[in-house]
Design a protein around this ligand. Structure first.
Ligand code: ATP
Length: 902
């Protein structure tokens, strides 16, 4: 018998589960050990040794190793061994870099791992999906991704989209009823929920019957596509560029060798020097350093509460020109407190802050007693009745002395929590109204309907009511009567105008308003659609709640504006509330426009394009319409970041250039569609991520600039020397050493550099912009040329002074080249001039430069290494020449900057 054919009691027994309490932690752990984690087998991992060996598969490295072998056979042992050591060390470094990149990427994946809500020892808790076991009772609701195979034991309006498994994209209605038929296909098993499918509506509870490879998904796991690509556009571009650079480097080195041989140099020496030069000049480390820089940047983002789910987003972040942000919870704190109430033309104020259920009611400034106000009582009772939130308390210690204080929190939606609190302030507690009413059915809140309803029975007389709460303008349209002077009266145009006036009045104080309405129904009431229930209502009144802006948001919005990024607020809230908050937050400039959801719904994307640049706030918007906004903005050439949390937000999040999901309130579906998750739901975090995104890109430019200019310098000094008929300024081993030490370490440190002061003062980068744009190519070539020339001049001067001491001149050339590069690295930190930045700010760079210098001194002064590296110790005068020459390019550049500014 299959799971779907079994009675629920049987399922409980067979899974050795306990439906009312769930499993205990110990039992779950035991099952986890016995049956393993709930995950699908992944493809084979590349063993570390292959990754290491892959470091040597480069064509030029192989040529170098062969050449070295030959030189070893010819008796040049020391040269051969040193070269092999350097190549090995280079391989180890490359291997470490790649492993680090891989590990950080794996860590990222883990961070965005899904969770499930399971019942353990009578308490609902969230656990990572991979730790659930057979027999666990799970709860799921709209927006959740199902993480195991589940037999449903309770379904409330539950619909699940199973396309991942069946290919059918229309959601299937689910039930808890036992099904018959021995061979139902997966798509027909309506009392089962399968791993990898997605809840689109309603909620349910079920028991896990299969995990991991035993699930239906596990059975087809081998058919699943492999993980998403982790290569960013920049990495792809650099890969192509790398091929061109290899060709250029090879051509130039060939030229060096040919000219050298023509000038009478020994063929074997020239060959070894040429191959070493090719190895040094080919920026084989570039892709790995880019990955490491991206991965480390991503880690910095995590510290700032932004979790990158798709690596390419890191680059796109730097191009963002518009952020479309939700209001509630992202721009505001989502800590709601009811402060004003309205019913039948009368208003009240409530005192108290936060969720602490203590406060008094006032009418026209005078404290009132709630017992005398029947409509107010009804407004508060129904607000708390049509509600899923609960007040919970938490003991917190104050200060070191440990005085404890009760902290009041809301379990559930803060908007609903505010209504529970306002009711409790009037003494209307959950126990009290549960004594009076029994809830029979619930129509959950949904952002498109903007309402929620319950069907209740009054215990004392068995009368049934629909109680609805929701956006006041929506509820007003669905009401025919209104409570006025404690009596049901027709909703005349005058009374309607009075309600609209009250809504506007509350909204203009930036209050979020919720209206409450009801109707009596008979016992036989049956419905086929929500609109049948939420219709012909009697309007009771309004509760207005404050939702204070997050304190840090205002500054972030200004910072974004300075960075050329427009912030747009999209909210389901009332247009006037939206306007009031947008003004408080500086989102809405004097010329800025607001559009409401009804107008938006009627427009086509092309219509919207015409006006989209003037609109700063969209109010009363349904999530479906967000997609239109994204498309219109993109058509205008914008790079759009769009936030969202619900199932209906997913299409817009996916379509946006940077889809941003909320970490706390976001559904799995929204998170999966997103490329960035905010673990604190905060707008300021998007700004921080953009800031990091720009910085990472800058850092990549910095080390490309450094590495390539160094390589150009290395090639040119050799090329010029050969063309001028000079001896070799550098020997093979010196070139390899420079490639290993001087090029590698500082480049890594540049990848960790802090942002320049003006990163958030520039306009967003154009997404099609080349890495070499904004003068970078010129900077690389000109600096490489200068480095080559000063090295050659230092070499030539020393050789002129000591015609018989080639090794001395080569040592000077070696030291000059190293020092010129190490000075240049500080230039690379700024797009402006070296004096724009404190050279000691990047401590890694200082350390990298100092250790490069120390290592250079070791190979120049440690006697056993001198013959290996063909070096001699230099005199003070020679060192002055080295440092003077090495500093010339930086001084020249600084002079140029001063001249330009004047
Ligand atoms: P965003 O999160 O995009 O800023 P929002 O939170 O302002 O949007 P929604 O959550 O879609 O918007 O709410 C829209 C409207 O529905 C609110 O202005 C409010 O009047 C009403 N509303 C919100 N929550 C509930 C609820 N739990 N029950 C009934 N009505 C609600």
């Amino acid at each position: 018998m299959k799971w779907y054919e079994r009675e629920i009691k049987d399922v409980e027994q067979m899974t050795r589960s306990h439906f009312s309490n769930g499993l205990t932690e110990e039992e779950a752990n035991k099952r986890l050990k016995q049956f393993g984690y709930n995950k699908l087998d992944e493809g084979e991992k590349v063993p570390a040794i292959f990754l290491f060996l892959a470091q040597f598969k480069d064509f030029m490295v192989i040529v170098l190793l062969v050449a070295t072998l030959i030189s070893g056979l010819l008796g040049e042992y020391i040269d051969a061994i040193t070269i092999i050591l350097i190549v090995l060390l280079n391989g180890v470094l490359g291997f470490i870099q790649e492993r680090k990149a891989e590990k950080s990427l794996a860590a990222l994946k883990e961070l965005s791992a899904p969770q499930m809500t399971v019942l353990r020892k009578g308490e609902w808790t969230k656990v990572p999906s991979i730790e659930v076991v057979v027999g666990d009772i799970v709860k799921f609701t709209s927006g959740d991704r199902i993480g195991a195979d589940i037999r449903i034991i309770e379904a409330k309006g539950l619909r699940i989209e199973e396309s991942a498994l069946t290919g059918e994209s229309v959601p299937v209605q689910k039930t808890e009823a036992v099904l018959s038929g021995s061979d139902l296909s997966v798509g027909d098993q309506e009392n089962m929920a399968f791993m990898g499918t997605m809840v689109t509506q309603g909620s349910g509870i079920g028991v896990i019957v299969a995990t991991g490879m035993k699930t239906e998904m596990g059975k087809i796991a081998h058919l699943l596509q492999s993980a998403e690509t982790l290569v960013t556009p920049l990495q792809r571009k650099l890969e192509q560029l790398g091929k061109i650079l290899i060709l250029v480097a090879l051509l130039l080195t060939a030229l060096v060798v040919v000219i050298g041989v023509y000038q009478g140099h020994d063929i074997y020496t020239m060959f070894l020097a040429g191959v070493s030069l090719a190895v040094a000049a080919i920026p084989e480390g570039l892709p790995a350093i880019v990955t490491v820089a991206l991965a480390l940047g991503v880690q910095r983002m995590i510290k700032r509460k932004a979790i990158v789910r798709k690596l390419p987003a890191v680059e796109t972040l730097g191009c963002a020109s518009v952020i479309c942000s939700d209001k509630t919870g992202t721009l505001t704190q989502n800590k709601m407190t009811v402060t004003n109430l309205w019913s039948g033309g009368k208003t009240w104020d409530v005192s108290g802050t936060g969720y602490q259920p203590e406060g008094d009611f006032y009418h026209n400034g005078r404290k009132i007693h709630i017992d005398t106000e029947r409509t107010l009582q009804q407004l508060l009772t129904f607000g708390a009745l049509c509600n899923n939130a609960r007040i919970v308390t938490n003991e917190v210690k104050e200060g070191l002395l440990g005085k404890t204080k009760l902290e009041y929190l809301i379990d559930g939606d803060p908007t609903e929590g505010a209504l529970v609190v306002s009711a409790e302030k009037a003494g209307i507690t959950r126990d009290l109204f549960q004594e009076e009413y029994k809830i029979l059915e619930e129509l959950p809140f949904d952002s498109a309907r903007k309402m929620m309803s319950v069907i209740v029975e009054r215990k004392k007389d068995g009368k049934r009511f629909v109680v609805t709460k929701g956006a006041p303008d929506v509820l007003l349209k669905r009401s025919e009567q209104i409570l006025w002077e404690e009596r049901k009266q027709p909703l005349s145009p005058q009374r309607e105008a009075a309600v609209v006036g009250a809504i506007d009045q509350l909204a203009s104080q930036a209050l979020r308003t919720i209206a409450i309405a009801y109707k009596e129904i008979d016992k036989q009431f049956n419905y086929t659609s929500e609109s049948m229930v939420e219709d012909k209502l009697t309007f009771i009144g309004l509760q207005g709640m404050i939702d204070p802006p997050r304190p840090e948001v205002k500054a972030s919005i200004i910072e974004c504006r300075d960075a050329g990024i427009k912030t747009i607020m999209i909210t389901g809230d009332h247009i006037i509330t939206a306007q009031a908050i947008a003004k408080q937050l500086n989102i809405l400039p004097a010329h800025g426009k607001i559009m409401d959801g009804t107008t938006l719904a009627k427009m086509s994307v092309t219509d919207l394009e015409e006006v989209v640049d003037d609109i700063y706030v969209y109010a009363r918007v349904s999530p479906e319409h967000k997609l239109k906004i994204v498309k219109a903005l993109q058509a205008k050439g914008h790079i759009v970041a769009m936030t969202g949390d619900g199932v209906n937000d997913a299409p817009a999040i996916k379509a946006a250039n940077i889809g941003v999901a909320m970490g706390i309130t976001g559904t799995d579906v929204a998170k999966e569609a997103s490329s960035l998750v905010l673990s604190d739901d905060n707008f300021a975090t998007i700004k921080a991520a953009i800031n990091e995104g720009r910085n990472i890109y800058d850092n990549i430019r910095k080390f490309i600039r450094y590495m390539l200019a160094s390589n150009v310098g290395e090639i040119l000094v050799m090329l010029f020397a050969m063309m001028l008929g000079m001896p070799l300024p550098l020997v093979a081993i010196q070139i390899l050493w420079i490639n290993l030490v001087t090029d590698g370490l500082p480049a890594m440190a540049l990848g960790l550099d802090q942002a320049e002061n003006d990163v958030m003062k520039r306009k967003p980068r154009h997404p099609m912009e080349s890495v070499f744009a904004r003068g970078l190519a010129w900077k690389i070539v000109s600096r490489g040329f200068m480095i080559g020339v000063v090295t050659l001049v230092a070499f030539w001067l020393t050789l002129n002074q000591n015609p018989d001491d080639l090794m001395r001149a080569q040592s000077v050339a070696f030291a000059t080249l190293v020092m010129a590069q190490l000075i240049h690295v500080f230039d690379c930190r700024s797009e402006h001039s070296v004096f724009h930045r404190n050279p000691f700010q990047n401590i890694y760079l200082v350390f990298a430069v100092l250790s490069s210098i120390a290592l250079m001194l070791v190979v120049m002064y440690f006697p056993p290494l001198q013959p290996v590296f063909h070096t001699v110790g230099l005199t003070i005068r020679e060192w002055m020449l080295v440092l003077g020459m090495a500093a010339i390019p930086t001084i020249a550049l600084a002079g140029f900057h001063i001249f330009k500014r004047k």
